[in-house]
Design a protein around this ligand. Structure first.
Ligand SMILES: *[C@@H]1O[C@H](CO)[C@@H](O)[C@H](O)[C@H]1NC(C)=O
Ligand SMILES: *[C@@H]1O[C@H](CO)[C@@H](O)[C@H](O)[C@H]1NC(C)=O
Ligand SMILES: *[C@@H]1O[C@H](CO)[C@@H](O)[C@H](O)[C@H]1NC(C)=O
Ligand SMILES: *[C@@H]1O[C@H](CO)[C@@H](O)[C@H](O)[C@H]1NC(C)=O
Ligand SMILES: *[C@@H]1O[C@H](CO)[C@@H](O)[C@H](O)[C@H]1NC(C)=O
Ligand SMILES: *[C@@H]1O[C@H](CO)[C@@H](O)[C@H](O)[C@H]1NC(C)=O
Ligand SMILES: *[C@@H]1O[C@H](CO)[C@@H](O)[C@H](O)[C@H]1NC(C)=O
Ligand SMILES: *[C@@H]1O[C@H](CO)[C@@H](O)[C@H](O)[C@H]1NC(C)=O
Ligand SMILES: [Ca+2]
Length: 499
């Protein structure tokens, strides 16, 4: 941009010099046809055509050539005119060159000032930016140096601290070394004492060993004596047991004697009764016989069952449902545990006046003597009472696992029987006679005629009110209150058929 005017100026200068050179060349063209122009370092060679001689009117230079050609010219004046014209042209050229030079000068001066101004501007701008950069750099360097000095100070601080610590640690290590030395001395002393103690210990050990050996001897002697004494004790025990057996057999004999005496008394009384007219006191086989004898109040009576050596106390229901019922089971408040074994269920347990199980053996004897029917009475926690009755009921012997035999179901405790009509063997926790791979008596508790495991168990665990729901091992009668309802009260009773 800045150099455009300079180029323009250069171009103008070249044009001017060229025109000037052309003219000069034309003038000299008469002698030679090429012309050379020097401009700066460059030189230009122009080849010009030979100018045609044309006659010109000497007065009118500006007149057209046609006119000049048409006019007759005087050959004598032609060379002078040409010379004049050349001079004129040269003057014009000079004027032009002068003017151009003037122009060049003025342009050069103006350009120079502008350039100087621009350069100054640029320089100023650059210096300013440089200054700015420099200050920035200075600022940065000062900041960095400040930071560096800070870091240095910190490092120095830390190193000094570390030196202090080192000093301290060296001091403490010195102290520790001293202590270690002291301890080493003490250890040495202790070791000396230890060795003395060890020798003493060894002496003691040998003494103890000797004593132990003597003690062992004594112990063995004692053991021998003990063996002898235990043998004597066993002999004593055996003789004691024999004595006990003798005592029980004696008791039995005594009871038999008492029975015999009673019967004798009875017979004597009968004899006396016959003599005096009083009624004889009968021996009853069951509650039906007691009822037939005239008793009409329910309660505990004594019966003499066939094939049973001892009399049994039983509860007789003599009022409800025709009376004559001998109770074989009662639950009413959970005071007696029914979680018993085979032997207990065989012989019976509990109190006939309250909760009890009469005993499988007694029921077997009773129901084998004659045809019996069974009545089951049930009560739930809502006060509902119901019953199940079986026309025929019989219990097998112990060898038959007290097998249940039933027929002729009727009653209000469901349309179907909850006891197995096809029969079942009796199971307790220690006698698994059910039809299950499991042990029903252990799962359901008590002793019962479990099948697998069946729809009832009146000998289950007694659950009080509020705990009686969702109990599989409670007192169950499926067709009355479902499979997991534990009942409040039950009674099982037997009576001879037809009587
Ligand atoms: C040179 O040119 C100036 C103006 O351009 C003019 O006044 C002057 O007469 C001219 N001189 C000659 C000798 O032509
Ligand atoms: C200096 O130059 C910068 C660019 O390099 C330009 O932006 C700025 O305007 C200039 N300052 C002056 C005062 O000329
Ligand atoms: C140099 O830094 C200081 C603060 O650190 C600031 O106030 C000042 O303007 C800075 N100067 C320049 C030229 O950046
Ligand atoms: C080391 O720096 C802490 C703060 O960081 C200062 O309290 C302490 O006096 C300094 N110590 C020395 C020796 O400069
Ligand atoms: C009972 O005692 C007599 C001696 O009084 C004895 O001979 C007999 O062996 C005893 N009986 C039993 C079963 O031990
Ligand atoms: C029970 O028998 C007694 C006599 O032993 C009699 O007085 C009473 O009325 C009888 N009661 C009933 C309910 O039959
Ligand atoms: C009772 O004993 C008699 C003989 O003493 C016997 O024939 C009978 O089978 C026994 N009855 C029962 C039920 O055991
Ligand atoms: C019941 O017991 C009898 C006699 O031991 C036996 O023959 C029978 O197979 C038993 N029944 C079941 C179902 O276990
Ligand atoms: Ca089983």
């Amino acid at each position: 941009m800045l150099f455009q005017p300079a180029m323009l100026f250069g171009g103008l200068l070249l044009l001017a010099t060229m025109t000037a050179a052309q003219w000069r060349g034309q003038e000299a063209g008469r002698r030679r046809q090429t012309h050379r122009v020097q401009h700066g370092q460059c030189s230009y060679t122009f080849v010009l055509p030979e100018p045609e001689p044309c006659p010109l009117e000497p007065e009118a230079f500006g007149a057209p050539n046609s006119l000049q050609r048409d006019l007759p010219a005087a050959g004598l004046h032609l060379g002078d005119w040409q010379a004049r014209r050349v001079r004129q042209l040269e003057k014009m050229l000079e004027n032009n060159t002068q003017w151009l030079q003037k122009l060049e000068r003025s342009i050069q001066t103006s350009l120079r000032s502008e350039l100087a101004q621009a350069q100054q501007h640029v320089v100023q701008n650059q210096t300013a930016t440089m200054l700015e950069l420099g200050t920035n750099l200075l600022n940065q360097t000062t900041a960095k140096t400040r930071k560096l000095s800070d870091v240095e100070a910190q490092v120095l601080n830390q190193t000094s601290r570390m030196e202090i610590q080192m000093l301290e640690t060296s001091l403490s290590t010195n102290k520790l070394e001293k202590q270690l030395l002291l301890q080493g001395h003490e250890l040495n002393r202790l070791q000396g004492r230890n060795s003395a103690l060890e020798t003493r210990l060894q002496a003691l050990e040998t003494q103890q060993r000797v004593e132990l050996a003597s003690l062992r001897d004594q112990r063995e002697r004692l053991r021998h004596q003990l063996g002898l004494q235990s043998g004597a004790l066993a002999g004593l025990e055996r003789s004691l047991r024999a004595l006990g057996g003798n005592a029980s057999s004696l008791q039995r004999a005594q009871r038999q004697l008492v029975d015999f005496v009673q019967r004798l008394v009875h017979v004597a009384a009968q004899g006396q009764g016959r003599a005096s007219g009083r009624a004889p006191e009968p021996v009853f086989q069951d509650c039906a016989e007691i009822q037939r004898s005239g008793a009409n109040a329910s309660g505990v009576y004594t019966i003499h069952m066939a094939n049973m050596s001892e009399p049994r106390k039983v509860f007789c229901e003599l009022e409800a449902n025709g009376g004559g019922w001998t109770l074989i089971q009662r639950r009413e408040k959970g005071s007696v545990s029914f979680q018993q074994g085979w032997k207990e269920y065989k012989e019976g347990f509990g109190d006939p006046a309250g909760e009890h199980w009469l005993g499988n053996e007694a029921v077997h004897q009773l129901t084998s003597r004659a045809a019996y029917s069974l009545r089951v009475e049930l009560q739930d926690w809502e006060g509902q009472e119901t019953y199940a009755q079986y026309e025929r009921f019989q219990l097998g012997s112990e060898g038959q696992m007290y097998r249940l035999s039933l027929s002729g179901y009727s009653g209000s405790a469901g349309d179907q029987s909850s006891l197995p009509m096809k029969g079942a063997n009796f199971s307790t926790r220690d006698a698994d006679n059910d039809e299950c791979f499991c042990k029903c008596a252990q799962m359901m508790s008590g002793g019962w005629w479990f099948v697998a495991c069946g729809l009832s168990n009146l000998n289950g665990i007694y659950y009080p009110s509020g705990y009686h729901l969702r109990k599989l091992n409670g007192i169950r009668w499926h067709y009355f209150r479902g499979p997991s309802y534990s009942l409040r009260a039950t009674r099982m009773m037997v009576r001879p058929v037809g009587g």
